[in-house]
Design a protein around this ligand. Structure first.
Ligand code: MG
Length: 232
């Protein structure tokens, strides 16, 4: 399409804009990548091992990302799980970069929850089928306000999640097998990362089942807190 083209969109394109702390601007959500098995204790509780040779990724659609405080309980599952994760937001394009070049592309961070229909995921794993419907459903990626930390490489800090006031997950970002700069570098070798792209960086152990009306509180030290409720 040229600049002077009269063509226009058949309908308004949907862009997800997320709240940035202490800013009137919104962060436009692009592609959303999630890394699997990035904490040894979580890999173990899932009956798997950490992939020390290479990380593995799946993705969620941008529409999965939400900052709603009340999330309708997802349909088609009897075993919805919480996975608390550090979420990284990118501010510029990069392709085939080394870990040492990664931090300058970082816009900021949030705490997020990778909501997972574990029953669907387990069935997909067993039959060798994709995980998409177990991971990429509506509101499956709630996040806190985004903390602007341009160019800052975050490598430690407590990460935790409570359900109805009870602590379920607790670890430190220093336990991540693949660090933030390594994840950005790795992904950039396969895909051109762009401003707006998002990376969920994996969860520590303690994942578990959620029920209707549960109140979930997640926190990453010195970054942000997130709370939401699962409603009818
Ligand atoms: Mg996850």
């Amino acid at each position: 399409m040229t600049e002077d083209s009269k063509a226009h969109f058949a309908f308004k394109p949907m862009i997800r804009g997320m709240v940035i702390s202490e800013s009137t601007e919104l962060f436009p959500i692009g592609k959303v990548y999630c890394v699997g098995r990035n904490y040894a204790d979580h890999a173990e509780e899932m009956g798997a091992k950490v992939d020390v040779d290479q990380p593995f990724f799946f993705s969620k659609p941008p529409q999965a990302v939400t900052q709603l405080n009340s999330i309708p309980f997802p349909t088609q599952t009897d075993n919805l799980h919480h996975e608390v994760e550090l979420v990284v937001f990118l501010k510029s394009e990069c392709s085939d970069i080394s870990p040492s070049e990664a931090s300058k592309h970082i816009f900021g961070y949030a705490v997020g929850v990778d909501l997972t229909k574990r029953d669907l995921q387990t069935a997909a794993k067993k039959s060798g089928k994709p995980w998409d419907l177990s991971k990429g459903f509506d509101n499956s990626a709630p996040i806190s306000n985004i903390q602007k930390k341009g160019g800052f490489l975050l490598s430690e800090g407590n990460i935790s999640l409570k359900v109805n006031g009870q602590k379920k997950q607790s670890s430190n970002l220093s336990n991540m097998v693949w660090k933030v700069d390594e994840l950005i570098s790795w992904l950039s070798k396969f895909i051109t990362l762009k401003a707006g792209d998002v990376i969920f960086t994996g969860t520590p152990s303690g994942v578990g089942r959620l029920s209707l009306n549960d109140k979930i509180e997640a926190e990453i030290e010195n970054i942000s807190t997130l709370s939401f409720e699962l409603i009818q």
